[in-house]
Each structure stands twice: as structure tokens, then as C-alpha cells.
Design a protein around this ligand. Structure first.
Ligand SMILES: C[S@@+](CC[C@H](N)C(=O)[O-])C[C@H]1O[C@@H](n2cnc3c(N)ncnc32)[C@H](O)[C@@H]1O
Length: 224
């Protein structure tokens, strides 16, 4: 009897501390997310487990629908991570097309290139660098896309202007965002930033929770 009482006493004194630990942990996660949002930086290769599972709402099928890739096109993907969308995009543009992947982290590019080789895809070209300065000539691409990347870039306006520059007049840019990502960019903010870069907001698929937005480069965007 004495033993039972002791156990009960132990459990009841233990519970508040569990609650406290949970609260502190939750607060720390929230504080980390807010800090990360205020200090944009790339998701490190060591944390690639965030981008490898299926992407709810921003699915590959939906990306295909919104970007509407055509065989033979040259498409730029900024921030491919481990290539969640890249390999399918290479199949959609076919062997006469080309997908250029561009990422800050060489390890992400190597990872994606390795997966492409395993799938027998030869039309992917990798280049390392910062999206705030793209090493491509004006009007190089028919289309470009970036998913869960824009908010990681310190100066989004500069990156969008660079994307507009390397797109051919009339070229499409698709931006994908998933709510919950600390770097999530709202559709409204994207539209405003796009307009400043000479990109007309055409339409959005999905909800604010997870969406792909399509913008189009206007003729006057070049050389901004
Ligand atoms: C959250 S991951 C998204 C990966 C992939 N798009 C996906 O949805 O699975 C962000 C990617 O963008 C890249 N990135 C972040 N900032 C960048 C920058 N300034 N220039 C180029 N790539 C950048 C990161 O290295 C990383 O590969």
C-alpha cells in the first residue's frame, strides 16, 4: 500500500515537469523558426530529410500542370535540393530539352546529379552559385521554377530580377510555397515582388497552405 502511494506521488510530481519540458521545447522550436525567418539562409545538406519525403499539396503533377513544360524546352530550376522535382522535369522536357539546376550547395547538386545518372537522364546540367547573381545570359530559358527556395534567399527582389533577366520574353516562372516552412512567402508578397521585377502574376493553383504561382516575364523586364 505504501509502495502504491509512493508511485502515485512520483507520477503526479513528474507530470508538471513533463509539461514544462514540452512547453520549453515548443517555445524553442517556435523561436528557432522565427529566427530562421528573419535570417534567411539555405536549408543545409545535413538537414535534407526535410525535403526528401513527399511534398503534400505542391505535388509533381501540380507543378507539371502549372508550368506546362513542353518537350525540347530549356528549363532552369533554382534550389533543386535533392532533386524532388528535377528528374520528372527532365523527363517532361525529354531528351531534346534541357534542365539546368542551380544551387548554393554543391552537395545538393551532386546528390541530384547522382540520382539523374541512376535514372539514365543525361539532360541535366548543374551549376553552383547564389541565385542573387545568375551566371546565364539574358533570355536563356523558356521557363524557370523554384520550390521552397525564394524565402531562403536574403534579397528576394534581386533574385526575382535575375530570374526575369534570364527568361526569354514571355517565359514562365513558377514559384512553389508550402505553409509551415519558416521561409514561406505569401502569394500577395510574391505578386508584389514579381511585379517589381517585371513578372506578371498569371495564376495560382492550390491554397495559401500550399501553392504554385505562375508569373510571366514581360518584354520590358530585360536589363533591370
Ligand atoms: C528547402 S530546399 C528545397 C529543395 C527543393 N526545391 C524541394 O522542394 O525539395 C531549398 C534549396 O534552395 C537552395 N538555396 C537556398 N538559397 C539559395 C541561393 N541563394 N541560391 C541558390 N540556391 C539556394 C538550398 O541550398 C536548397 O537546396
Amino acid at each position: 500500500m505504501q509502495y502504491k502511494h509512493d508511485i502515485r506521488y512520483g507520477v503526479s510530481s513528474f507530470l508538471p515537469s513533463v509539461r514544462r519540458v514540452a512547453l520549453v521545447a515548443g517555445g524553442a522550436v517556435l523561436a528557432g523558426a522565427l529566427w530562421w525567418r528573419k535570417h534567411p539562409s539555405a536549408c543545409p545538406y545535413g538537414q535534407r530529410f526535410w525535403v526528401q519525403p513527399p511534398h503534400p499539396l505542391i505535388t509533381r503533377a501540380r507543378l507539371r500542370e502549372v508550368l506546362a513544360p513542353v518537350p525540347g524546352e530549356r528549363v532552369l530550376e533554382v534550389g533543386p535540393g535533392t532533386g524532388y522535382y528535377t528528374l520528372d522535369m527532365a523527363e517532361w522536357v525529354g531528351p531534346t530539352g534541357r534542365v539546368d539546376i542551380f544551387d548554393l550547395q554543391q552537395e545538393m547538386l551532386d546528390h541530384t546529379a547522382r540520382r539523374a545518372r541512376e535514372r539514365g537522364l543525361a539532360s541535366i546540367t548543374a551549376t553552383q552559385g547564389d541565385a542573387q547573381r545568375l551566371p546565364y545570359a539574358e533570355a536563356t530559358f523558356d521557363a524557370a521554377f523554384l520550390v521552397a527556395v525564394l524565402g531562403e534567399i536574403p534579397d528576394q527582389d534581386v533574385a526575382l530580377a535575375e530570374l526575369a533577366r534570364v527568361l526569354r520574353p514571355g517565359g514562365r516562372l513558377v514559384v512553389g510555397e508550402l505553409f509551415g516552412d519558416p521561409h514561406w512567402v505569401s502569394p500577395r508578397r510574391l505578386q508584389q515582388r514579381g511585379e517589381r521585377a517585371g513578372l506578371v502574376f498569371e495564376h495560382r493553383r492550390g491554397s495559401r497552405l500550399g501553392y504554385f504561382a505562375r508569373l510571366r516575364r514581360t518584354a520590358s523586364a530585360a536589363g533591370r
